[in-house]
Design a protein around this ligand. Structure first.
Ligand code: SF4
Length: 386
């Protein structure tokens, strides 16, 4: 077993990240799917070698938290479950989001396997946050999720490949989609995108990078859909966990349904083929649950950078957030849990919470220095009341 390489950003299983509660070991399920035995195995490993807590991330990955000297045994266990890549570079590059609504009759599964195989065979030197999305249903369910190169469908159902940030994509034959996606990634690196400040495709295009003629298209992608909610879908039962944070018992319970789990970027999992909602402690099964209106990063004491216990505050405020609004509570300005905009964002600092409206953790606050007690005593301040 190679020595532990501790990095400060985007951990993997082979490259864990040190956090306030120990090592964070991130698992990237192939094709966004875990067999029931793999899910049960992860729950068992989290209980034995971590602190028993598991995160569902906005990249549709799982993180085992609180790992220390049991790390080598944990890695051996993940290898036995078929959840490890050949090396940490291959793992880091296999950053693929997959629509959880695929069926055995469509192209999603085969496209994903082809892209995973192609990425394993090349070294593109992509930034660690750079990723791909396979979102080839009749609506784009991953439109709001983080990805840099997207394989989608156009308004007539034909496949297209689109760099994130571009309004239109390039129409392709099914057999060309993966090669065009890789060509876009190569162009991104060759044209300096990996050296930019943000190191993401949309920022690169916004900075004026011009796509070569061969990779530029005029196909309009299918309409985006709203983020899914807990409930029954033709492909299975979608259930959430508050803040994407669950105990090993909750994952065990889901694995006990006996079906594969499809992991989503919405802090929910789809229990494949299940036609009734699983019930159990720690599961969000009601689409109106206030916990779905709040997003919070790990926060204190789990993250060493955090200035506040974000999840405790978000839980206390959730019922004051209107059903159609979103509150993001971040333990510092990095905004790990949500890089996009939210109706209200609270960012903890050494001087209290900054409040930002319709923006991200990087935008200018309208109020500074709010205390936890201020917010709980007067939650109407969130939405602009007094
Ligand atoms: S955003 Fe939250 S999890 Fe990320 S570094 Fe800051 S405090 Fe830690």
């Amino acid at each position: 077993m190679s020595a532990i390489a501790i990095k400060g950003w985007c951990p993997g299983a082979l490259r864990p990240m040190q956090s306030g509660d120990g090592l964070v070991v991130r698992i990237r399920p192939r094709g966004g799917r875990l067999e029931a035995r793999q899910a049960a195995g992860i729950a068992d490993l989290a209980a034995r070698y971590g602190n028993g807590l598991i995160d569902l991330t906005s990249r549709a990955n799982l993180q085992i938290r609180g790992v220390s000297e049991g790390y080598p045994a944990l890695i051996d266990g993940l290898a036995e479950l078929g959840l490890l890549d050949a090396d940490s570079d291959t793992e880091a590059q296999r950053n693929i989001l997959v629509t959880p609504f695929w069926t055995v009759d469509d192209d999603t599964h085969s496209l994903t396997a082809e892209l995973e195989g192609a990425l394993a065979g090349v070294s593109l030197d992509l930034p660690t946050k750079f990723g791909f999305a396979i979102d080839d249903g009749s609506e784009r369910v991953l439109a709001g999720a983080s990805a840099d190169i997207r394989i989608e469908r156009d308004r007539n159902g034909g496949p297209l490949v689109r760099p994130d940030g571009a309004q239109f994509g390039l129409s392709v034959a099914r057999s060309e989609a993966v090669q065009v996606a890789l060509a876009l990634a190569e162009w991104f690196v060759a044209s300096g995108g990996a050296r930019g400040e943000k190191r993401r495709m949309a920022a690169h295009l916004a900075d004026g990078a011009s796509l070569p003629e061969l990779l530029r298209g005029d196909a309009e992608p299918a309409a985006p859909s709203a983020d899914p909610l807990p409930g029954l879908y033709p492909t299975g039962a979608m259930v959430g966990v508050a803040f994407g944070h669950m105990t090993h018992q909750v994952l065990s319970q889901l694995a006990g349904c006996g079906q594969a789990l499809r992991v989503t970027p919405w802090r929910m999992v789809l229990v494949e083929g299940m036609h009734e909602m699983p019930r159990g402690v720690g599961l969000i099964t009601d689409a109106d649950d206030p916990a779905l209106r709040v997003i919070a990063c790990s926060g204190a004491p789990r993250c060493r950078e955090a200035h506040a216990d974000t999840r405790a505050l978000a839980s206390a405020l959730a019922s004051f957030v209107p059903a159609d609004a979103r509150l993001h509570v971040s333990g510092c300005a990095k905004g790990c849990a949500h890089s996009g905009s939210a109706d209200v964002t609270l960012v903890a600092s050494g001087e209290g919470f900054d409040l930002i409206r319709r923006g991200t953790t990087r935008d200018a606050p309208v109020v500074r220095g709010l205390t936890r007690s201020d917010l709980i005593a007067n939650p109407s301040v969130l939405m602009g009341g007094h």
